[in-house]
Design a protein around this ligand. Structure first.
Ligand SMILES: Cc1ncc(COP(=O)(O)O)c(C=O)c1O
Length: 484
């Protein structure tokens, strides 16, 4: 099979320190026409030891070369399951760089920030419409931060009833952030076993007077829709608890189904996944949270409110859980998400979800039979295989490394934890049939190699600048400091 990966002109790159030459400068300033002013001696260092001295062209070439080593959604297919690495249309960037948006200062008084506040309000309303929750906060800075905001609201609601329950139920298919969030809010995490999807009977068996909430991801991390969600919500509500939905996988549902209509009480969105804003490398993301009317008084402050066409930030909300983030949150990400929603429209968002599901199922159909599919319920936007049937003592990690030689970013591996040797593929809606076919051809080719010449997998990647790394060593003993 013809591989996309080649070995082109990939230059070696020294560290900036190694490029340095004494006396080189990257700037030139006009001759001083005022008397020089000296800084207080206590603030001045004699010398900065080893500080690199470089010309402008040294610096530009260094960073330009480094940038060509990077792989992103603008370089190629990025099938990272659960992370929804979909292409971010450039019109979103244009919107975020509009001077009025990019230079808006968050301390500007409300009456001079009407445009920015109107955009935030409009985004809140759009998210409310898409999800079926009447109230939304935009403050949280990421999905996990949204979970924290949501669970703090659930805790505040229980406390307002004079009821401090201790436990949170979490199915075994949950994203790792879910139990971490529940524990951070002081709850005891009670795992529930599922058979791919959670059964109402399992929830009923685990329910009790100490249960504050259930945290459920829907569609879950196997890419499966939690079909019994209505009954499950009913059981939790009847028992006096609330239901938190991890909405990070909304890419499968937009315009088709609304979590707020399913009985869920709180849900976070990952703007940086579903609504096409850039992510990776740690952010910045944005994790708005939608809640039912009952929980609206607990939203973090400030809340953007509109009165007769004028917008303001409301802070006086006595039941609020307080502030989750400086100012309004990651405003630039909100502008991008707003631009995406506006440019897609309702029909476009629905179409995006349909295409995301279609693409995942196309991959499933092409790879099933060669790769083992541990859960056979209908897939939504992502599909999880396992390495069970790979020959030649080859495992998921070997497959992932070999995919790099073929020119692909590997999918998510060894997650979710309920699947041994998991390979979690999420193509998203932005990939064409041609791209997906080439990827599937590569996957099939690698499966054949595993049987015929397993060393190709064991030794991969071969075409990269750096071969197979000691990943445990890199994580446990990182060398982050330059030393002569
Ligand atoms: C299902 C699920 N929940 C929660 C999160 C956490 O989101 P974040 O990484 O923005 O904190 C993710 C991240 O990808 C996710 O896939």
């Amino acid at each position: 099979m013809k591989s996309l990966g080649t070995q082109g002109l990939i230059l070696n790159e020294k560290l900036l320190f190694e490029h340095s030459d004494a006396g080189r400068k990257g700037y030139s300033l006009p001759r001083l026409d005022v008397p020089p002013a000296r800084l207080p001696a206590a603030l001045v260092r004699e010398e900065v030891s080893g500080f690199p001295e470089l010309s402008e062209v040294d610096v530009v070439r260094h960073f330009t070369r480094l940038s060509t080593w990077n792989y992103g959604v603008d370089s190629g297919f990025y099938p990272l399951g659960s992370c929804t690495m979909k292409y971010n249309p450039k019109v979103n960037e244009v919107a975020a760089r509009t001077p009025g948006m990019a230079a808006a200062h968050p301390s500007t008084p409300d009456h001079l920030s009407q445009g920015a506040l109107a955009l935030m309000h409009d985004l809140q309303e759009a998210l409310a419409e898409i999800s079926g929750f009447p109230a939304v906060t935009l403050q949280p800075a990421a999905g996990a931060h949204g979970e924290l905001a949501g669970m703090l609201m659930i805790r505040a609601w229980h406390e307002a009833q004079g009821n401090s329950r201790k436990k949170v139920l979490i199915p075994d298919t949950a994203h790792g952030t879910n139990p971490a969030t529940a524990a951070l809010c002081g709850y005891e995490v009670v795992p529930i076993a599922s058979d791919g999807v959670l059964s109402a009977a399992a929830v009923a068996a685990a329910m009790g007077g100490e249960v504050a909430a259930l945290m459920i991801t829907n569609p879950n991390t196997l890419g499966l829709f939690e079909a019994q969600i209505r009954e499950i919500c009913q059981i939790i509500h009847d028992g006096g608890g609330l239901v938190y939905c991890d909405g990070a996988n909304l890419n499968a549902l937009m315009g088709i189904a609304r979590p707020g209509d399913m009985g869920i009480d709180v849900m976070h969105f990952n703007l940086h996944k579903t609504f096409s804003t850039p992510h990776g490398g740690g952010g910045p993301g944005s994790g708005p949270v939608g809640v039912t009317a009952v929980l609206a008084p607990f939203l973090p402050v400030p809340v953007v409110v509109e009165e007769q066409g004028t917008y303001r930030l409301e802070v006086d909300r006595p039941l609020s859980i307080g502030r989750m983030k400086a100012f309004g949150g990651h405003f630039g990400i909100m502008v991008r998400a707003w631009a995406y929603i506006r440019s897609m429209g309702g029909e476009g968002l629905k179409r995006a979800s349909e295409m995301a599901v279609l693409n995942a199922n196309y991959i499933r159909a092409r790879l099933e039979g060669t790769y083992h599919l541990p859960y056979t319920a209908r897939s939504l936007h992502e599909v999880v295989f396992s390495d069970r049937d790979l020959g030649g003592n080859c495992h998921t990690l070997d497959l992932a490394k070999r995919l790099i030689d073929y020119g692909y970013h590997p999918p998510t591996i060894y997650f979710p934890l309920v699947v041994k040797g998991a390979i979690m593929i999420e193509p998203t809606e932005t990939e064409s049939k041609e791209v997906i076919d080439e990827f599937c051809d590569a996957m099939l080719s690698i499966a054949a190699e595993a049987g015929e010449n397993p060393d190709l997998l064991h030794q991969a990647p071969k075409k990269t600048r750096v071969g197979r790394m000691d990943e445990t060593g890199a994580a446990r003993k990182p060398r982050l400091k330059w030393e002569k």
